[in-house]
Design a protein around this ligand. Structure first.
Ligand code: UN1
Length: 504
């Protein structure tokens, strides 16, 4: 415990050097579970640091791009091994830093390990394709090439998994990176940078600049030498980034909000559905873009479902995520808790029934953190704000439905489209919902969370802009396709023309 509490003064990583911010200023980051726990002191950077980091990434790009991809894969494989070795230490740091319980921060590190190994293997694939030419003695193929310097703006809720989703894919493809971590979780990203350093990643391939969205994020995403921007966060900020990147035609990958619905049908295994709803709604203190924030329950099972859900929510233990037996950690910050508390008031005013939770907890040690008891609203109308807007906290809303069609219609009625789920024993209903949900992720008899790294992750509508991360699809964000034709006929052959030239 003693070493854990040692305060680190961290620096930016630029071109392989750990350097203070040009401003000389720093900011503190304290644990959301315990304001007495100072996690670290971090550089308060600005445009000057961004410029230096982008220049370093640009300089490192040609050598990293030209290193054979299997060799790049070996470095990522080594990073995966180090993450494995340090999993427990990293998980504890992340729980201190952002609050979710240890089991979940272990999962967060594991997701980075999985992504490292997936990407490492990809070093020996990175498949393009060959295809016949329409002309004789002509060879046609298509290869992936890296794009250049990538800028990442990453969130605090998955402070290692999300940088790893983006980072492992970008690096294996031969790009270099400048990352701006969320100000609530710089330490986790510094830890990941140290892992890359130890794994032998060349200087400049991975640069970290810490600071606010205005002082660091804005100059980073609009920097002329940045070719790809990958952002995970709110739809509002994503829209701003999209606009900022339009004039230079940067490739922009956006992963934004969600308002994910679970449908619970009359024939569902209700116990299982309640378990899934509790995990999906209150895991990570509800601070997931994939959180189960809407529970659309058919009338026959409605009362039983709600009763068991409330029983389960009340039984969850809220506290410091480092402590054994705690199920739900704090909100990430005072601001976040305030914003969630506001929604509790909105829900009450709208006339939904608050059946439990929604209270700021301050008994004993809890007074040192941003704790809020898990809240269940029931008998809500699908049009209420609490049933349509992303709350990003420990709040879920139950809406009664009469049929599968109504459930699907309500599920699709929000602007977001990340994840969805159905609990049913009826294969026909499951397949209909699978097809009709306007979401990038869908689960059957399982909660709205639980994405695995080898499948594409992302959403439709206001959740994303058509890209996916992780899986093989994630490579599309970080590579350009190049189509190559090799003519070995020794003569001029004109496509479309000579192909169909008649004998005369
Ligand atoms: C997020 O919600 O921001 O499926 C990412 C999940 C995790 C990733 C979630 N594997 O919930």
């Amino acid at each position: 415990m003693a070493t854990e509490l040692a305060v680190e003064t961290e620096r930016n990583l630029i071109g392989g050097q750990w350097v203070p911010a040009a401003s000389g200023k720093t900011f503190e980051n304290r644990s959301p579970a315990d304001g007495n726990d100072l996690v670290g002191v971090f550089p308060e950077s600005d445009r000057r640091d961004v410029d230096a980091a982008v220049a370093a990434a640009k300089k490192a790009f040609p050598a990293w791009r030209d290193m054979p991809a299997p060799r790049r894969g070996e470095i990522l494989y080594a990073a995966g091994e180090i993450l494995k070795r340090d999993k427990e230490k990293l998980a504890r740091l992340m729980t201190r830093e952002m609050g979710k319980v240890l089991a979940e921060t272990r999962g967060d590190v594991q997701e980075a390990i999985d992504m490292a190994f997936l990407a490492a293997g990809e070093g020996r694939r990175l498949f393009g394709f060959t295809t016949p030419s329409e002309l004789s003695n002509k060879f046609a193929m298509c290869i992936r090439q890296p794009v250049g310097v990538c800028a990442f703006v990453t969130p605090w809720n998955f402070p290692m998994a999300i940088p790893a989703w983006k980072g492992m894919a970008a690096l294996i493809a031969g790009n270099t990176v400048v990352i701006k971590p969320a100000t609530d979780t710089p330490a986790s990203v510094v830890a990941l940078a140290r892992v890359f350093e130890e794994a032998g990643l060349p200087a400049g391939a991975w640069n970290v600049v810490m600071g606010s969205g205005g002082a660091v994020g804005d100059p980073l995403v609009s920097h002329p030498d940045v070719k790809v921007v990958s952002f995970t966060g709110s739809t509002e900020v994503g829209r701003r980034i999209s606009v900022a990147c339009a004039p230079t035609f940067k490739r922009v990958h956006l992963e934004m909000g969600g308002k994910n619905a679970i449908l619970v049908m009359d024939d569902a295994d209700v116990e299982l559905a309640v378990e899934g709803a509790l995990w999906g709604a209150f895991g990570t203190t509800g601070q997931r873009c994939t959180a189960s924030s809407r529970l659309l329950v058919q009338r026959k099972v409605y009362d039983g479902f709600v009763m068991k859900l409330v029983e389960g929510a009340k039984a969850l233990r809220v506290g410091n995520g480092l402590e054994a037996g705690v199920d739900v950690g704090p909100c990430v910050s005072e601001r976040q808790r305030e914003s969630v508390a506001k929604y509790i008031e909105i829900g009450k005013q709208e006339g939904a029934k608050l059946l439990c939770g929604g209270e700021k907890l301050s008994a004993g040690d809890l007074s040192r953190g941003w704790f809020l008891s898990p809240a269940v609203f029931a008998d809500a109308d699908a049009k209420m704000r609490i049933a349509c807007e992303e709350i990003f906290g420990p709040v879920t809303t139950v809406v009664p439905i009469d049929s599968l069609d109504e459930g699907i219609r309500i599920a699709n009625s929000v602007p977001y489209g990340l994840s969805g789920s159905i609990y049913t024993q009826d294969v026909n209903k499951a397949f209909k919902a699978m097809r009709e949900f306007e979401t990038g992720l869908f689960y059957v008899n399982s909660s709205t969370i639980g994405a695995e790294v080898h499948l594409p992750f992302g959403g439709m509508k206001d959740t994303g802009n058509g890209h996916r991360e992780a899986g093989i699809a994630g490579l599309d964000v970080f590579t350009e396709w190049k189509s190559i034709y090799v003519d070995f006929s020794g003569k001029l052959q004109r496509a479309q023309i000579d192909t169909y030239e008649s004998a005369d």
